[in-house]
Design a protein around this ligand. Structure first.
Ligand code: GTP
Ligand code: MG
Length: 459
């Protein structure tokens, strides 16, 4: 499906850089390139997939705007499947904008966000899940998130969806046969159960079980640091990030706002959140800060509760432990460089068995490596160990798969309930429709527009 209009956009981030890329796609791409580009070589062959050196000139041909490298890719062998040109200009926002303006004057339309990818999808260069993987790669926060996106881009998820489709289609074929012969089945006899339904069900279950792990790799693990004032929460944030992100003083109640930063541990992005110390608030500002802490504790994947070993434990410490102890917590006993004023055994009695207790000195960097490892252990403990398989990292795919699962379940129920095979066939056809939403085989234009509009301009 080739589009009528030719679109153009700056494909690199707007800012100063060595090189910037302006991308043009559509039926007039080459004609426009010939008008705006003066090649250095006398006999420029304008062959596809070659890079040419020359100048970009103004529409009247009188002014040189920049010295560039230009590549042309003829359809269908281009990113979008259309005629494409890419201009590698100098990376000045002013130059790139000037070239883009020229392109528009010569008949290009400014591309909408994600429009190049949308055209690639419409021209079957890849399916929808692969297009989404492209966007995920661009915004990946960790090497593992990148790897998940890359596997999806290479078609791992598309292949798994295809395998699932085949299982459901085979099951449907068996059900159709059963429908044709249903008059021969006597009343009360349960129709044959196509084994492919169970196989498909198991594969969908496995895919869905990867969501939580994938989400942690892509969005990161939310680690909230809590404790009463002055125990060393901000010191820990600074020590873990290696930056002076938060103000550290010996005045209790220093931190009020949430202070966040992300670090990467074993491929997981850890979104660290330093918070206000929890105590009876002394003023309205501190109260707001402490309210924020409780909100964030509810959303945390892991809570680090800090206790100061150099000062006596108080009811505030106990209250913080008590309110969080059922979640994913780990206790960091801080300031171990100072003489202790209580014994660790005291804490063991306050928390459920199996919760981790670590000794650290945020100020002197002691015990931090173990702490980082333990944070990842705490979250990865509950995950299914299927990280080598295809992973689902996109909410839209997850929702579609949940619907597939519901429909498969409905099909199973109807067969085991002795209903006519037509009912199960109906459910499986709906399961197939939901499956096709993932790859975009069956999806309405509005949803498509919405998906692609969340991509970057020039992508
Ligand atoms: N000796 C020692 N002092 C520490 C350690 N960690 C923090 N401190 C000191 O404890 C004081 C409080 O540290 P902060 O990191 O500001 O504590 P906080 O928990 O963020 O305090 P609030 O923001 O007030 O809730 C500062 O004087 C730090 O230098 C440590 O491991 N050893
Ligand atoms: Mg602080």
């Amino acid at each position: 499906m080739l589009c009528q209009d030719t679109i153009a956009a700056i494909a690199t981030p707007l800012g100063t850089a060595g090189v910037g890329i302006i991308r043009v796609s559509g039926p007039k791409a080459h004609e426009i390139a010939r008008r705006i580009f003066k090649p250095t070589a006398k006999n420029c062959p304008w062959e596809s997939h070659f890079l040419y050196h020359g100048d970009i000139v103004s529409a009247d041909g009188k002014t040189i705007l920049d010295e560039v490298l230009l590549s042309c890719m003829r359809q269908p062998h281009s990113f979008t499947g259309e005629d494409v040109i890419e201009i590698n200009s100098h990376g000045s926002p002013l130059i790139m904008q000037t070239i883009l303006t020229q392109l528009v004057e010569l008949g290009c339309r400014l591309a909408k966000p994600g429009e190049f990818s949308q055209r690639a999808f419409l021209n079957n260069r890849f399916d929808l899940s692969q297009a989404e993987a492209l966007a995920a790669i661009v915004s990946a926060k960790s090497p593992r998130a990148y790897a998940i996106g890359l596997a999806q881009l290479k078609g791992d998820l598309s292949l798994e969806v295809e395998n699932l489709r085949n299982l459901l289609i085979d099951a449907l074929a068996l059900l159709e046969i059963a429908i044709d012969f249903s008059e021969d089945v006597s009343v009360g006899e349960t129709p044959e159960f196509p084994p492919q339904i169970d196989s498909a069900d198991e594969r969908v279950r496995l895919l869905l079980s990867s969501c939580q792990t994938a989400k942690m790799f892509t969005e990161g693990i939310n680690v909230v640091i809590t404790g009463k004032p002055n125990v060393g929460k901000s010191s820990l944030l600074n020590a873990l990030t290696g930056k002076k992100k938060a103000i550290v003083t010996d005045i209790p109640g220093t931190t009020r706002d949430l202070i966040t930063d992300t670090i990467n541990i074993r491929g997981f992005p850890l979104n660290l959140v330093d918070t206000a110390g929890i105590r009876k608030p002394q003023n309205a500002i501190e109260k707001e800060g402490i309210d924020l802490v409780w909100e964030n504790l509810a959303k945390a994947d892991v809570v680090i509760i800090i206790l100061d070993v150099s000062k006596p434990l108080t009811n505030e410490d106990k209250k913080i432990i008590d309110k969080n102890k059922e979640g994913n917590i780990l206790i960091a006993i801080n300031k171990i460089d100072l003489p202790p004023s209580w014994e660790i055994k005291k804490i063991e009695r306050l928390i459920p068995r199996g919760k981790k207790i670590l000794k650290i000195s945020a100020k002197f960097g002691m015990g931090l490596e173990e702490l980082k490892d333990t944070i990842v252990d705490v979250v990865s403990d509950g995950m299914e160990k299927n990280t080598g398989e295809v992973m689902i990292s996109n909410l839209r795919h997850k929702l579609a798969l949940e619907n597939v699962q519901k429909k498969i379940q409905a099909a199973k129920n109807s067969i085991s309930g002795g209903m006519s095979p037509e009912f199960a066939a109906f459910e499986l056809r709906e399961a197939l429709d939901h499956l096709d939403e993932i790859t975009g085989k069956k999806i309405n234009d509005e949803v498509l527009d919405k998906i692609f509009s969340s991509f970057c301009i020039g992508k």
